[in-house]
Design a protein around this ligand. Structure first.
Ligand SMILES: [Fe+2]
Length: 334
């Protein structure tokens, strides 16, 4: 609705024949979430639309494909895209995002998945990314997007945590952790690291959003997380700080729970907003996270970033599928 009003205003004043491209738009509200079973009830989309987001960011497990059968994967994406609630939502709200393991094609998937190139084609089509887009020129779905102009500019770094990830190494049954920490293991791979370093260092954006399917800051649980590759986690946090990127904020999914993690890294406070479980959640868990601020959410939820450019604040809202705000965290922008 806000887009339509803006275009009508521009039509009236300067004559606009095209809808405003989302990349030219100043973002005020960004909504995001992850872990969505395409075959489950999707009636929450009007609730997300009611937040009037300027953008929706998928953080992975956008569907549960879990298959190397690419016809089946295509059918599952089709089911999501033609869902009446979702199709109405994407008619109003621009969509972007990343994948995680289940939409990549395999639980806890990594670089060894043989159908990854074909799965990428399905993902890009689902995101309405056209064949002439730069992301088609290289393996993986990593890419950046810039919205608005300085001093009200947002840049989103979409990380690919699957295509180049080394296989996880399982611990013996009954261990405290499911996976062995691999100091030498990689998450992003050489080219993606080079890309991220360049893009972060050169960013002029006033807010820099790093979208990672798996959690970056949380390190106490036993599931998938960057901390399973401790040197890669350190490298990422080091890079975010050393790049000098303005107001960095990490978004993650995957966990079927939602929480906000905060860490002081080399004198800079970094936040990882985990929003996970749109159709299902990790009910009953009370897992420990030394970095958590606010409540652990174990019911279905989504989240928003509400940017107040004039007052230079950003508010994170984590909202249950009943419409109730569970966590609110306000930050001052530099
Ligand atoms: Fe996942």
């Amino acid at each position: 609705m806000k887009n339509t009003l803006l275009c009508l205003l521009i039509l009236f004043t300067v004559g606009c024949s095209q809808p405003i491209k989302p990349t030219q738009q100043t973002l005020q509200t960004i909504a995001f979430g992850s872990c969505n079973k395409e075959y489950e009830d999707q009636s929450f989309w009007p609730l997300i639309a009611a937040q009037q987001p300027d953008l929706w960011v998928w953080l992975g497990d956008n569907i549960y494909a879990d298959t190397d059968d690419m016809v089946l994967m295509g059918n599952k994406y089709h089911q999501q895209k033609t869902n009446p609630y979702y199709s109405q939502f994407i008619a109003q709200v621009p969509v972007t995002g990343i994948w995680d393991d289940h939409d990549y094609g395999i639980n806890d998937g990594n670089k060894t998945f043989p159908m990854k190139a074909q799965a990428e084609d399905h993902f890009l089509a689902f995101m309405d990314i056209t064949e002439d887009a730069a992301v088609n020129q290289y393996p993986g779905i990593y890419r950046s997007q810039v919205f608005g102009t300085v001093p009200n500019q947002v840049k989103i770094f979409h990380l690919d945590t699957r295509y180049f990830q080394d296989p996880l190494v399982k611990t013996p049954k009954g261990s405290a952790k499911n996976y062995v920490a691999q100091p030498d293991g990689q998450v992003l791979g050489k080219e993606q690291w080079q890309w991220l370093q360049n893009e972060l260092t050169q960013s002029q954006a006033n807010i820099n959003i790093i979208a990672s399917s798996i959690q970056v800051i949380a390190e106490d649980h036993k599931y998938e997380m960057w901390a399973n590759f401790p040197n890669e986690r350190k490298k990422l946090l080091d890079l975010i700080v050393s790049s000098g990127a303005n107001n960095p904020i990490i978004l993650s999914g995957d966990r079927h729970l939602s929480e906000i993690s905060k860490i002081n890294w080399q004198g800079q406070e970094l936040i990882d907003v985990t929003s996970s479980g749109m159709t299902h959640s990790f009910s009953g868990t009370d897992e420990y996270n030394r970095h958590r601020i606010h409540d652990l959410i174990t019911t279905e939820s989504f989240a928003t970033l509400a940017i107040d450019w004039s007052n230079k604040t950003l508010e994170i809202l984590q909202i249950g599928m009943d419409g109730q705000t569970i966590n609110a965290h306000k930050m001052n922008l530099n």
